[in-house]
Design a protein around this ligand. Sequence first.
Ligand SMILES: [Zn+2]
Length: 460
Amino acid sequence: MPLQFFNTYSREIEEFDPGDSATRPIKMYTCGPTVYSRAHIGNFRAYIFEDLLQRHLELRGYKVHRVMNITDVEDKTIRGAREAGVPLQKFTEQFKDAFFEDAHTLRIKRADDYPAATDQRYIDRMIEMISALISKGLAYQADDKSVYFRINKFPDYGKLAHFDLTQLQSTGRVKHDEYDKEHIGDFALWKAWDEADGDVKWDSPWGPGRPGWHIECSAMSMALLGDQIDIHCGGVDNIFPHHEAEIAQSEGVTGKKFVRYWLHCAHLLVDGQKMAKSLGNFYTVPDVLAKGYTGRELRYALLRVHYRVPLNFTWEGMNEARESLARIDDWLARLRQIAKNGNVQGPTTAFDDALDDDLNISAALGFLFESIRETNRAMDQNKPFWISKLELTSSFRMKWHSWQKSARTHGAKRIGNAATNCASGSLHSAGKCATRKTGQSSRAALDPRSTFCVHCSSNV
Ligand SMILES: [Zn+2]
């Protein structure tokens, strides 16, 4: 099966066309955290899905250039800093640190770039883009001094969300602070400074103010990845208005298609309900660790359901994740023992092949556990056995030995240099994941520090 993804834009499964990425990395942009509080596990479900996507693309031989933005200026960060009585940067810094700590706990591979919206380079880029949109008649400054995108002048507005603009016009009352807009759906590109913003402001041709959230992503994506990108991801709640607005802004400026594949991760529910502080079911990564679970167990629990299916997080689910991982670990320990004496060969590629189908992790894990059942039964009966359809031969022992050796060497090197990308999965370059096919990417799914392979779920 060819590699294929469900594209939110077309609402169809599409074969992945790498374009000219034989000569360049795949350009991937993922909307990152808004650093006004610690990210919750629902946010991390989306980041883990993006991590799986990147690792699978790399397993299939592609290089990936991934950018994840940090939103450190918008209404919530400004309000938080004001209430805490500290400068914006000091306020957001603690949550940036927490984000990286949690991402590390969950073994999420680091992006190549983490641009922050308050970086002057990107503010300049946002101002440039807004100026271009005004000169094309796609944006205007209203009486309140803020600048808005004029959605009526962009015919494709609503195509991503499959949204009918006439519905928007009939949504009734205009909020009192938006009375200066021409159309209720027009969104802010530049927000004029007011007293509540304190000293959070930048100069612009339209007076002091700050960028709107949507333009931040368009500008940072364009600055780091160019006018056009291959894959853009986020949670389903980003589709409208955030991603719709990104398309309007970026394509409004360049006249070129902004994104080829839009992939969105479904919600995380907790005990069947939306996660909310008021319901007492709002969990961060440290909350889960405090109950005695590991980052690896939480990662598994958040990863094991297909990304387009809402995932119901429960404590029973966490216990199941623990049991599943223990089962995999026990199986691998037995295989290692057998490999010392016997002749075995790597297992089927069914796991990877399932992921080719729009990252079907549920099917992939199904194959894995079927394989575990079959081989455990054979081992119990002390019979020669097969891992799936492949006869076990002498190459397996060699693979295991080099894999384990590489894990130790590589892991030690990475741990010794904490500043580098300790979650980068290059162990397979020498180690050869047992599910990897000849000719596949050498940069693959193993986190050398955590010794957990996403593709074969092995613990080495
Ligand atoms: Zn974004």
